[in-house]
Design a protein around this ligand. Sequence first.
Ligand code: NAP
Length: 286
Amino acid sequence: MAATVIDGRAIAEQVRGDVARDVADWVAQGNDPPGLATVLVGDDPASAVYVGGKQKATHEVGMEGFDHRLPADTAQEEVEALLQELNADLRVSGILLQLPTPAHIDGGGLTWLIDPAKDVDGLTPVSAGLLAKGRPGLRPCTPAGVIELLDRHDVALEGAEAVVVGRSDLVGKPLAQLLLARNATVTVCHSRTRDLPDVCRRADVLVAAVGRPRMVQGDWVKDGAVVIDVGINRTDDGLVGDVDFDAAAEHASLITPVPRGVGPMTIAMLLRNTLEAARAQAATPA
Ligand code: NAP
């Protein structure tokens, strides 16, 4: 195998260590610890594990956690009321509504109620607009984590051909904008893209965020390319990404594995966002 494997878990631990130190300094300066509120509606086991991981990580870096779990039959209005309460709560620096919500609740719509100053998931229209305009703001965690991995490996983005496969609001679109902001030449692909393998072969930086196990083949990867696999697919073989790792690693210079690649970065960036939100709120009190 030619490629160097990016150790997302180790980099995420470094980011979390940095955040923990910054939180300790922040509190030592006389500030309240930043607070992260998570809201989980229903009993989806995967979501419960994600929320549990976020809360545990929050405590580990010295922040306060507010773990709200509501039964699956909670009315939309009750979730709205809780989000408004959290918006007004000065102890809460960041709010995360865990998606997906049960079918009778419009989770995407509820996200819009979160105060943009507390939008640590970076998913409100205000955060999306600030990103699109290239203005400072809270960025979605997984795309921000991808950029952090690239930066920690000194990947030159300026002028590079970046191809992002996937155009979701959660990953593909914001990542394309972050890469554009770093002066990469960005192509965004999706399910109607013609000649996808050919487009991928152009990439100096190839990102797969699709949700299809091992879709990206080895011969889609240009020699020397950097390959970032955002996909998390549960298969009979266990957890696999959107990239055929072994085949792609024959061509790539740098590649993320699944698991232990992009995945651990998401919580790390959520913690960083929560600290950033607390600082910004202290600088411009409501
Ligand atoms: P999503 O909302 O389902 O979006 C998937 C995207 O892939 C869509 O834009 C879709 O195109 C495109 N696509 C589907 N089939 C395709 C094909 N055959 N060829 C080209 N493009 C195709 O998924 P997502 O939320 O972005 O998540 C993507 C993957 O990342 C999933 O595996 C998810 O589990 C994982 N993920 C990981 C993390 C993490 O922390 N590591 C965080 C979030 C997501 P259309 O728009 O045309 O339908």
